[in-house]
Design a protein around this ligand. Structure first.
Ligand code: ATP
Ligand code: MG
Length: 459
């Protein structure tokens, strides 16, 4: 999507209003395109984005507020100035709450409109500078070979249009990997449209994915553009694909094969150019065996599989992630950067993290919030107690210890945990100290120190 600097779109069904706004803005030195309907405007947005939008509220077909929502669904953030003939307070409140920059009533004040548009343009430019710097910053934190292998696969497939299936436990970062693929692809300036297949009512799924024509079912009071159409030229992320009902699976199969579909209730065939990324934390093999997932759809999706390993399979990423989340927290709250001591880190590295990185992030944030500026140490009470680690899924796995009895102090508890973790890891790697140090995320020297301290461990 090309962003032309200082281009403003004016959407109004009243031709004279359109022209008077356009000529005012042109005389203020801004480029203007005008549209008589929200649909026309949305179609244009797929190829060219304005820096600011002047939008009428009451429009035939899609209203200005509907258009605002569609833009949000397309993940497009353009400053919007609503211009309405009706000083309708509830509507203006709704619009402002959804992020509108300004809500002006007609007849509008020239100066107020020009000032608002200039503010919108300035905001857009600032946002695009920020976007750029964020795009450059690595989002996926972790230096483990397991994560690096994932990133390597993501970077390789990003250069192609191949369908990608991302699998992994909940909270491992599947969505981040999908975003990374899109961001590194040639489609990065076009939309990434995400659909959570598990969160949409099954009866609305087809309409959500493919759109519908006005009157095609009760409640379809207007035509709706589906997510596949919104993603045209870009990428669609079908998240929680394992939750997709069978009927929608059949429809999806056709789009994957032909890249074409009809809107619900429509007979015009629509062709789209979309890269598909699907993600799931379900075992699709088991779902196929249970007759809940179509095997032909699976083969269409599984063109380029990426498995994102669980956090307990890459424990050396834990310190980096902890530091990353603490830094984020300190940046957003303006509080000094906190540090965790090595005992705490050992405890965090010993825990199974069934909710993976999302769970780690939550624990760290909760801790940072509660600590405020106080010095509160993090102990095992910060971790859920009933979580158990399936031994078969981990090479260096350690079941969380039962909570210490009253006589045991934190240090003894952590030491016991640490000793157990080291013993398990040394066993798993057949006594290879470098490999054990790598898996544990500590230097070889630090590991040797611990081995000396705890005496011989199995190897
Ligand atoms: N490597 C990473 N570096 C930094 N943050 C990460 C990393 N991996 C995951 N996260 C963060 O952890 C959280 C969960 O990640 P994400 O939503 O991508 O997981 P998911 O695999 O899609 O989970 P689910 O299956 O539950 O949808 C997000 O807040 C994400 O930003
Ligand atoms: Mg997800």
């Amino acid at each position: 999507m090309r962003e032309t600097h200082s281009l403003v779109y004016v959407v109004d069904d009243d031709a004279s209003m359109r022209e008077s706004v356009a000529s005012l803005l042109r005389s203020a030195g801004v480029g203007v395109n005008t549209f008589a309907s929200a649909q026309e405007f949305l179609v244009r947005c797929r190829t060219e984005l304005p820096s600011c939008l002047v939008l009428d509220v009451r429009l035939p077909g899609l209203s200005g507020l509907d258009a605002q929502q569609e833009l949000a669904r397309m993940n497009i953030h353009v400053p919007i100035i609503f211009l309405t003939g009706y000083a309708d307070i509830p509507t203006s409140v709704r619009a402002m709450k959804s992020g509108a920059l300004e809500f002006l009533t007609k007849p509008f004040d020239d100066e107020a409109l020009v000032a608002a548009v200039q503010q919108g343009i300035a905001r857009s430019h600032a946002a695009s500078r920020k976007d750029k710097s964020e795009r450059e910053a690595p989002e996926l934190v972790g230096s483990s070979p397991e994560l690096q292998a994932v990133l390597k696969r993501a970077a390789a497939v990003a250069l192609t249009d191949a369908t990608v299936l991302i699998v992994g436990e909940t909270g491992t970062g599947k969505e981040l990997v999908a975003r990374e693929i899109h961001a590194r692809s040639q489609r990065s300036s076009r939309p990434l449209v995400s659909v959570n297949c598990g969160a949409i009512q099954p009866s609305l799924l087809l309409s959500e994915l493919f759109g519908h024509e006005k009157g095609s079912f009760t409640g379809a009071s207007q035509q709706r553009i589906g997510r596949f159409e919104l993603a045209d030229g870009g990428t669609i992320l079908l998240d929680e694909i394992g939750e997709l009902p069978l009927e929608a699976q059949v429809a999806l199969l056709r789009v994957l094969q032909e890249r074409e579909f009809e809107r619900v209730g429509g007979n015009k065939t629509i062709r789209v150019d979309v890269r598909v990324i699907a993600a799931t934390n379900r075992d699709l093999g088991a779902a196929i065996a249970a007759g809940k997932f179509k095997s032909d759809l699976f083969f269409r999706l599984n063109v380029f599989p990426i498995h994102v390993p669980a956090l307990r399979e890459r424990r050396e990423d834990i310190p980096l992630l902890v530091e990353h989340f603490l830094r984020l927290r300190s940046r957003t709250s303006g509080t000094p950067l906190r540090k965790v001591d090595e005992w705490t880190m050992a405890m965090l590295q010993g825990y199974a993290w069934p909710g993976n990185i999302r769970e780690l992030q939550n624990v760290i944030e909760r801790w940072a919030i509660i600590c405020g500026t106080d010095d509160i140490s993090m102990d095992e009470s910060w971790l859920p107690r009933d979580s158990t680690l399936p031994d078969s899924t981990t090479s260096a796995g350690v079941k969380p210890e039962p909570p210490p009895d009253d006589q045991q102090n934190l240090r003894e508890y952590v030491e016991a945990l640490e000793r157990k973790l080291i013993t398990r890891t040394m066993t798993a790697v057949g006594g290879n100290q470098s490999e054990a140090a790598r898996r544990l995320g500590v230097s070889r020297g630090a590991l040797l120190g611990r081995l000396r301290k705890y005496g011989p461990v199995a190897g």
